[in-house]
Design a protein around this ligand. Structure first.
Ligand SMILES: Cc1cc2nc3c(=O)[nH]c(=O)nc-3n(C[C@H](O)[C@H](O)[C@H](O)COP(=O)(O)OP(=O)(O)OC[C@H]3O[C@@H](n4cnc5c(N)ncnc54)[C@H](O)[C@@H]3O)c2cc1C
Length: 403
């Protein structure tokens, strides 16, 4: 059963699809067809093309440069981009700090930062996690203390800062009230001493060190601050009010993570791989009932996720903000994506070694799968680990007592 959209929405879907056909440059299309990893330069090139068309920030209101689409059109646009395998845009500006500034920023901050996020002139990254503050984010220790000239002096370390090596700015959670620091003598709730600060990565005293991921991509970094001076006007919201902003931003992040279009595309590719891979007696594996059963089970889970996403969409169409249900989308979306790659790896069997070995040892075959398989191990960790999402669901949806 396909869900029925209105004729206007179906016509919008056709418009998006044919625009992508024309607008996606040939070299990016070639990469999308073999699902190769996109370089940052390619991602930003596609960002600028979408910006020119006015579709780079489907969720932004028209007054701030968004396309003014209703929730269903936004969903369709996002889904069509994912289905076509276009370069995934960096979410930190468009999906996180941008919407946050629209909600909580001063007029001067909106004017200064929003246009450059939209145009792609300035790239952002997220500085929340620290070596001892991941799930327990409120235990963060990076400090920001005002000096005599009214600037914040930032000291500490952030970790897992995705794309910091390509970014111009980082939005950070910092501790402005040392009395609330974990283990500190001052007492006070640790959430209350946290503030939300925008930091130019060119500031003296900021150092970014990239790290390789398991998938072989230089996706993230450690970011160090040592006496970095940040103007007070870069504080968003009130001093000590950062926790409220942090939670609002995580809500945005979790709804972005469901990636239904991406999973649909991967399942399609899994079928293609199964049709190419030889099974017992030389017949394609897609004819094997066990493989067919696993593909069917995956498609059923994907369809469940799609329906949950449509339910959230219907709520959004009625003007409801995403609530704890976004944790369901994050949980299921990340699991389905991982399961799709697990199945692809099982079907490929020894052929998956093509990526791990030296070139020439094994014939090239769907080389992108092992790299993507390794990277997607992270989907159940980032954006708040799945165990934490289960805690959220237990507390806010099932009403179970917190432990
Ligand atoms: C690919 C990737 C990109 C990332 N990008 C960024 C980024 O750009 N910026 C940024 O700030 N952070 C980023 N992160 C960090 C991410 O948000 C954290 O990894 C995540 O919040 C988990 O924190 P942790 O790694 O410290 O694990 P921990 O919090 O130490 O958790 C370890 C394990 O214990 C479990 N656990 C912890 N507490 C509980 C609990 N209360 N109940 C049940 N189980 C629990 C967790 O689920 C997990 O399995 C990224 C992470 C990854 C993997």
């Amino acid at each position: 059963m396909e869900l029925a959209f209105t004729p206007e929405h179906e016509s919008f879907r056709r418009e998006v699809r044919s625009w992508i056909q024309e607008a996606l440059p040939a070299d990016l299309r070639a990469k999308s067809e073999v699902d190769a990893n996109f370089e940052m330069e390619e991602v930003m090139r596609w960002h600028r093309i979408l910006f020119q068309r006015g579709w780079v920030a489907p969720h932004w209101p028209a007054e701030h440069g968004g396309p003014g689409l209703d929730p269903t059109r936004r969903f369709i646009l996002t889904e069509e981009l994912e289905l076509a395998g276009t370069p995934p845009l960096s979410p930190f500006g468009l999906g996180m700090v941008g919407p946050l500034l629209i909600q909580f920023g001063t007029p001067a901050q909106k004017q200064r930062f929003l246009p450059k996020i939209l145009s792609g002139e300035e790239v952002w990254c997220q500085g929340y996690s620290e070596p001892n503050a991941g799930s327990d984010l409120a235990s963060l220790r990076t400090s920001a203390v005002k000096n005599g000239s009214g600037k914040y002096v930032v000291d500490g370390q952030k970790t897992w800062t995705t794309y910091a090596q390509y970014a111009d700015w980082i939005f950070c959670l910092v501790r402005t009230d040392p009395k609330t620091a974990p283990g500190g003598a001052g007492g006070g709730k640790k959430q209350e001493g946290i503030s939300f600060l925008l930091i130019d990565l060119e500031t003296p005293g900021v150092e970014v060190k990239p790290m390789l991921t398991l998938g072989g991509t230089p996706a993230f970094c450690e970011t160090f601050f040592s006496g970095a001076e940040v103007p007070a006007e870069n504080l968003v919201g009130p001093e000590g009010g950062g926790w409220t902003l942090a939670k609002a931003l995580l809500g945005h992040e979790r709804t972005l993570i469901a990636a239904v279009g991406q999973s649909r595309r991967v399942v399609r590719r899994v079928k293609r791989i199964a049709a190419q891979a030889a099974g017992p007696g030389g017949r394609p594996l897609i004819d094997d009932p066990r493989v067919r059963g696993r593909i069917a089970a995956l498609e059923i889970r994907l369809r469940g996720l799609q329906m949950a996403n449509y339910r959230a969409l219907a709520g959004a169409q009625l003007g409801k903000a995403p609530g704890p249900e976004s944790s369901i989308l994050k949980l299921r979306g990340s699991e389905v994506l991982q399961q799709a790659f697990e199945l692809a790896m099982d079907i490929m069997g020894p052929d998956s070694l093509t990526w791990f070995n030296q070139p020439g040892v094994v014939e090239p075959f769907e080389e992108w799968v092992p790299s993507a398989f390794c990277y997607t191990r992270a989907t159940t960790i980032y954006g708040g680990s799945n165990e934490i999402q289960k805690n959220v669901l237990a507390k806010y949806i099932l009403g179970l007592p917190a432990r």
